[in-house]
Design a protein around this ligand. Structure first.
Ligand code: NAP
Length: 266
């Protein structure tokens, strides 16, 4: 899919960070965007910015854990366009606690958003994609979905996304479906702040991750650029940006060394 002009694209988690940067990058290509997040005001601002850049953006403010709200959005998009060319499952959260502090509820919160909502989105849009000869599904996982970090619930939810995505590719890859899994490294976004605001931190890991991302995280625009490139030239796993590519290579070649580095960083 080289030309994104007028392509119908659904993007979750568009109100901040990687999702916002991706929405703006796609808008500059002339895409027709359906943007999802809970914070209505922030989403409206992203829509205005996207429209100013040449896109056509519509806001859908709802929680991706809400199946009925998700279905309402999908019906509306199908009614308006009759098709979806690209689905980008980007909405995500992370509990910032040690393993033994992470409760059943933290595990459920993480998996409901990072995994079950991704499956839900795919089930809503895959049938029409296949009917129309194919499409592209981009799941934003994480580097922590191919090499674990010490946030077990987050990492496990992202490994689940990678595994599910590979199954999807195996089943539908020869029916015109492209499946891309974007694996960002350390990116300067609001994800740690969201964890703190949601009360999903032990009070130490959340604030230190927040500082790490602000001081050393790459710009979300770098991820957005690689994500848009991957829609044009699909490949299954897309580590981004460069530091994620390097770390993934180190992990594949020297797993013990990678684990030692990860432990130290944690
Ligand atoms: N930052 C990193 O270092 C990093 C690294 C690897 C992977 N990632 C992944 O990148 C993706 C984007 O995260 P980010 O880093 O850009 O963080 P972010 O700035 O916190 O953005 C997360 C987005 O997800 C939305 N969201 C969260 N829960 C939602 C829900 N239940 N329903 C609807 N929308 C929801 C948020 O919007 P509302 O709050 O308005 O709902 C927001 O737009 C996530 O999947 C994350 O796991 C991030």
């Amino acid at each position: 899919m080289r030309n994104l002009n007028q392509k119908v694209i659904v993007l979750t988690g568009a109100s901040s960070g990687i999702g916002r940067a991706t929405a703006l990058a796609l808008a500059a290509e002339g895409a027709v965007l359906h943007l999802v997040a809970r914070r209505e005001q922030r989403l409206a601002e992203v829509c205005s910015e996207a429209n100013a850049r040449g896109g056509t953006a519509t806001a859908h403010a709802f929680d991706v854990r809400d199946t009925e709200a998700f279905a309402r959005m999908a019906s509306r998009v199908h009614a308006d366009h009759g098709r979806v060319d690209v689905l980008i499952n980007n909405a995500g959260v992370g509990a910032t606690k040690a393993f033994l502090e992470t409760t059943d509820d933290d595990w459920a919160w993480t998996f409901d958003t990072n995994f079950h909502a991704v499956v839900r989105g795919i089930r809503m849009f895959l049938p029409t994609m296949i009917e129309h000869g194919g499409g592209t599904i981009v799941n934003v996982a994480s580097l922590a979905g191919v090499m674990a970090n010490t946030l077990a619930a987050y990492s496990a939810s992202k490994f689940a996304v990678v595994g599910m995505s590979e199954s999807l590719l195996l089943e539908y890859g020869d029916k015109g479906l492209n499946v891309v899994v974007v694996c960002p490294g350390v990116i300067s976004t609001e994800i740690a702040t969201a964890s703190i605001d949601a009360g999903r931190t032990n009070g130490v890991i959340g604030p230190s991750l927040q500082k790490l991302l602000a001081a050393h995280g790459a710009a979300p625009e770098q991820v957005a650029r690689d994500l848009v490139r991957a829609i044009r030239h699909p490949r299954f796993i897309v580590p981004t940006p460069m530091h994620a590519t390097v770390l993934r290579r180190v992990h594949r070649m020297f797993p013990d060394l990678a684990r030692m580095l990860t432990r130290r960083l944690s």
